[in-house]
Design a protein around this ligand. Structure first.
Ligand code: ATP
Ligand code: MG
Length: 283
């Protein structure tokens, strides 16, 4: 059985569980339990504080884990990364009180900066040739300037609304992060095989997230033109409509491309265009 460590409660928890469920892996959750076993896949789930996940995976207490890249790199354990998962996207940014003068990073020379990510911040400042006093605190970083603890902060930002509501202005982006799957380097063959199965499923889910199934009606003399716009996995399926001279075309399209080609499809005579989600996609 493969042991997966995920965050017990926080910003990674829900999407981590959602990904595992979308992979068709069932398990019963309870807020009181710290461990569950899947009922249909050889996977055991451990619920932990996110900061502890890289260490547990490195030590082999858990075989794999899901954690933010910010935490992984801060802990100096990048070597455990298997692949990015595309959720919990955020950035580590420097921010100063909004009324303060700030031209560029050299304005932070000699200043006090509060953060929970001293290593990432130190590396960034070193790279920019700036020396500052880093104060490591474990939470509520954004209030540090207003209580006189620091001149600036370096904290996780996604929309920026927390900064604004604390009277802060984002001035530098230090690190970009998203959730990442990590694994112990010494998995035995059996565990590696389970991980490969899990990765196969994760890839099918990820592929499906961007892909849409598209159905449309077209006059027969336009099929060649429309097929070129919608190559799909191989080529579109074409079914005759009951109405003479018309066909229904089915294909797969990337959501981002869809908006680019929609006008061309209409110009080519496509009608009754339907775009529907795909749950899994195996190529
Ligand atoms: P724990 O109690 O497990 O230690 P925590 O308070 O340290 O939790 P969270 O705030 O739940 O951590 O954030 C977990 C991870 O989610 C962060 O390390 C980061 O990668 C990501 N994250 C944090 N804030 C956001 C956000 N606003 N939007 C998206 N992702 C975020
Ligand atoms: Mg934490």
């Amino acid at each position: 059985m493969l042991r997966l460590a995920i965050q017990k409660s926080g910003r990674l928890s829900e999407d981590s569980l959602k990904l595992i469920r979308e992979c068709g892996i069932s398990f019963i959750t309870s807020s009181l339990k710290l461990k569950t076993e899947s009922t249909n896949f050889p996977l055991e789930i451990l619920y932990l504080r996110d900061d502890d996940i890289p260490g547990y995976v490195a030590d082999g207490v858990a075989d794999i884990g899901i954690v933010g890249e910010n935490v992984l790199v801060e802990e100096g354990m990048q070597q455990l990364a298997v692949e990015q998962l595309g959720f919990s996207k955020c950035r580590l940014s420097l921010a100063v009180p909004k009324g303060d003068q700030y031209e560029d990073i050299s304005d932070l020379q000699g200043k006090n900066i509060a953060t929970s990510y001293p290593k990432l911040l130190q590396a960034y400042l070193e790279d920019k040739g700036v020396q500052a006093n880093i104060h490591t605190i474990s939470g509520s970083v954004e209030i540090a300037p207003s209580i006189g603890l620091a001149d600036a902060i370096c904290d996780i930002v996604s929309s920026g609304s927390t900064l604004i509501s604390n009277g802060l202005r984002e001035v530098e982006r230090v690190f970009k992060s998203q959730a990442v799957l990590i694994a112990n380097g010494g998995l035995n063959d059996e565990k590696q095989e389970i991980l490969n199965k899990l990765l196969f499923r994760i890839h099918a889910v990820q592929r499906a997230q961007k892909a849409k199934y598209i159905l449309l009606n077209a006059p027969n003399d336009k099929i060649a033109e429309i097929s070129e716009l919608l190559p799909g996995a191989k080529s579109p399926s074409i079914l005759p409509l009951a109405e003479e001279g018309w066909s229904s075309l089915h294909s797969v399209v990337n959501e981002d491309d869809f908006w680019e080609i929609i006008e061309k499809l209409k110009a080519a005579g496509a009608q009754g265009i339907l775009v529907v989600p795909i749950e899994k996609m195996i190529v």
